[in-house]
Design a protein around this ligand. Sequence first.
Ligand SMILES: Nc1ncnc2c1ncn2[C@@H]1O[C@H](COP(=O)(O)OP(=O)(O)OP(=O)(O)O)[C@@H](O)[C@H]1O
Length: 636
Amino acid sequence: MAFFTRPQSANAAIKIVRPSTAPVEEEQPLSAKPSTARKDSVQRHCRNIMIYGSCKYEGKGCLYYHPPAPDVMPLIPRAESPTKATLPAQAVNAPVFVPKQPVRILTSPPPPLPESPSPTYQDEQLQYGEYAYPEPGVDGLTEQMQELSANNYYADPHYDGYDATADGHYFAPQAPVFLRQPLNYHLYSSVIPASFLPSATDTHFVPPTSDLRTLLQERSENLRMAQPPGLNLPEEMQGYHTLIPLENLGHTERRKFGNWHSTVYRAVNSLDGCTYALRRIENFRLTHQGAFVTIEAWAGVRHAGVVAVHEAFTTHAFGDSSLVVAYAYHPGARTLFDAHLRHTPPPYQPGARYAPPTPTQVPERTLWAYIVQLASAVKRVHDAGLALRMIDVTKVLVTSKNRLRVGSCGIVDVLMHETPHDVHLLQQEDLTMFGRLVFALCTGNVMASNGGNFQKSLEIMGRLYTPEVKTVALFLVNKGGSHKNIGQLLEIISTRVAAEMGEALGAADTLENELMGELENARLVRLLCKFGFINERPEFAREPRWSETGDRYIIKLFRDYVFHQVDENGNPVLSLSHVLTCLSKLDAGTEERVMLVSRDEQSCLVVSYKEIKSCVESAFAELGRATTTAATGGYR
Ligand SMILES: Nc1ncnc2c1ncn2[C@@H]1O[C@H](COP(=O)(O)OP(=O)(O)OP(=O)(O)O)[C@@H](O)[C@H]1O
């Protein structure tokens, strides 16, 4: 039979061995020993004394033990308090007081305890007298609470009680201090109920949970996309590698950026390991280094509606002289043109007449989201003394549900560096481009605001959207003189801005809630890593502490308990919830006990998760001390 030593840390591991075959005196059932039960109750410390400091029934028939009354009896004795030391040994047997209502203690100075409890107290005392105390181990939560109070957690200086008098409310001179239970941050936290979130299933900016996960998965895949062979692209360029073009290079119609040919690549930066979108302008000759000054200004613009500018450089890596501007990469982003204006053929229906491909109509709700976000981005850029100069359906990106970002910022500033310009005029031009974009989105035609199409476009707009949309579009495209600015537009659409802000805050709530669900993952991974480090190390194979008589044996048995369980037919049990529950309790170090059985089933140990945790911690700490690197810091 295996023999277990107690783990070195003081704990309450209970060794259970096979019952010996020697005859033992059979224990009588409790009901058969009335005198013992009676004796216990006579020796018990009177709860009234413990709780209230006095017992109204002392000497009038109360059968419990009444110690000589101390001067002051605190409601909850502190572990270090001399009062506790004066308690008689019998007090240990007194049943633990479990209040039926939240416990309150009064602020200092503590009011003197009543000489005799009020009638209400008396009633409560009688009620508590009849309270059915849970058996140890039956109600884990109650046990934990009792442990907490026994360990004097309330005296923890980090958990000061809330002192309402500090607020200086005149009506609360004797405000109560509420006991604040320290949270056990290791236990699973529940998420906000879906019903409390604004349409948690499908919000304006956040897709339903399942779609959100699919979207994030796709983005992750996109970020790790491998480079297709045979592209004949530079292997490395100014610290960027793994270049992948984001558009079809074999296309006969070359992509243009103004008068220049341009291509967008996805690339990984060797310095930070992050992915960037590189826009390359072919055959660009930089005449003056000062052209990059505006890029520095753009790099300082951080706004949720602007694709962040990282850096710019020239390179000969492509075999020509190219200008490259690096932007934040938004995996899966599509241009507004691709998302809404690209003509898609209608789904095939047998027998149906040919219909030309049509763009999809942008819903008004989405249109307002776009207008508000673009207005906000333009405001930020204009306030920084810059102009976007490229508000175009092919340069504005849809990066997630109803979310826009203006891309390719700063590049025109470099390309047109030598052309003298007035920022104020360029900002006016931004507003006109913004108006053209609204026209294009409303009508599905990029040329909608051009002379010949203008009236027809207004007519379509009036038919499909509310008059407010037309007002905004006209304000933007009309020449309003030099005083026209983005602030005026924001005033016109103020109610839409407020609605959009509400939606955005709701989206933040929804995402926060999603994040709560993932909060536990990191610590479980850390715990599993610790397990991986300490379990089955060859150097421990001959160590007595890891043998059957060693204190580390618990870890081995626990590993079997968590991962190697078999059912009654000997088939492996692969219950993920069992694993997660066990690991969560282990990480929390709960008082709950678990029975660990040796592989030969000859012996078993009853230990608490707290003890197993302490074993795992000390085994890992030992490894940490032995290692020469400081890498273990991240696992603690
Ligand atoms: N910062 C970025 N993050 C992710 N994808 C981007 C980024 N910038 C551009 N893209 C993608 O690169 C592709 C090419 O972009 P580009 O601006 O050239 O669009 P385009 O429709 O090809 O316009 P043009 O006709 O002017 O070349 C588009 O699919 C766009 O979604």
